[in-house]
Design a binder for this molecule. Structure first.
Ligand SMILES: Cc1cc2nc3c(=O)[nH]c(=O)nc-3n(C[C@H](O)[C@H](O)[C@H](O)COP(=O)(O)O)c2cc1C
Length: 209
């Protein structure tokens, strides 16, 4: 199958088969697709909670407009963006880069100073918008990877972020639940799988100038 076939195959799954779970090896591939996603300056200012606990999924469904995907999916991915950039985030990145690329840390220190000068002064709101945007790149990679593995998914913004933040206890960790993705296998009864995709025509969507 080509990438375009994957995009045609996937759909926002409305009803999952709650009995069918994704395997650990597939889970590792999905995690890797998120880990390898690009981010601004490479800082990866987000955390992804992977929820397997049925009890927790049931609890989150209550603050997700009772959407069944939340509790019936095999795994729930909660993408949380950082609401602040801390000096230690930049220091860790510089240390990691130096270690992985086998460079003396002194070679990367200047870049660290540059990042701190640009990022530490940002207001919380500006930082949040910036980091929030970036989780969507990882979300898209997750969905494409799932489709390539014939695993279904549903991106979800219909949830109460403040309640998620409380339940996951992430306010004090300067994180915010940005977007969720339910991952698993479609139910045979999900009628949405038979619906034709509704998309604008290329003519409407693109302008070559
Ligand atoms: C950011 C985002 C948030 C979404 N939130 C929800 C949601 O809360 N519940 C839901 O059932 N579908 C949700 N969707 C699915 C869209 O409605 C769906 O992707 C769109 O109608 C196109 O259909 P398709 O994905 O089946 O091709 C969301 C999609 C995106 C990209």
């Amino acid at each position: 199958m080509s990438t375009i076939d994957y995009y045609n195959w996937r759909y926002a799954t409305k009803e999952f088969n709650s009995e069918k779970k994704i395997t650990n090896s597939d889970l590792e591939i999905i995690k890797e697709s998120i880990r390898l996603s690009p981010s601004s300056y490479g800082l990866q200012l987000f955390k992804v909670f992977i929820i397997e606990s049925q009890k927790l999924k049931d609890k989150l469904r209550k603050v997700s407009f009772n959407q069944s995907q939340i509790s019936d999916a095999s795994h729930l991915f909660v993408f949380c963006n950082y609401t602040k950039v801390l000096e230690k985030d930049i220091d860790l990145y510089i240390q990691n880069k130096s270690l992985i690329q086998q460079m003396p840390i002194t070679k990367n220190e200047g870049y660290g100073v540059f990042l701190k000068k640009n990022l530490l002064k940002k207001e919380t709101e500006e930082t949040s918008i910036w980091t929030n945007n970036q989780v969507y790149i990882a979300l898209a990679n997750l969905m494409t990877t799932c489709a390539s593995l014939k695993i279904d998914s549903c991106p979800i913004e219909g949830f109460e972020a403040s309640k998620y933040n409380e339940i996951l206890n992430i306010n004090e960790r300067n994180m915010n639940a940005a977007v969720v993705c339910a991952v698993g296998y479609r139910s045979k009864l999900d009628t949405s799988q038979h619906e034709k995709k509704v998309r604008k025509s290329s003519q409407d969507l693109f302008e070559i100038i």
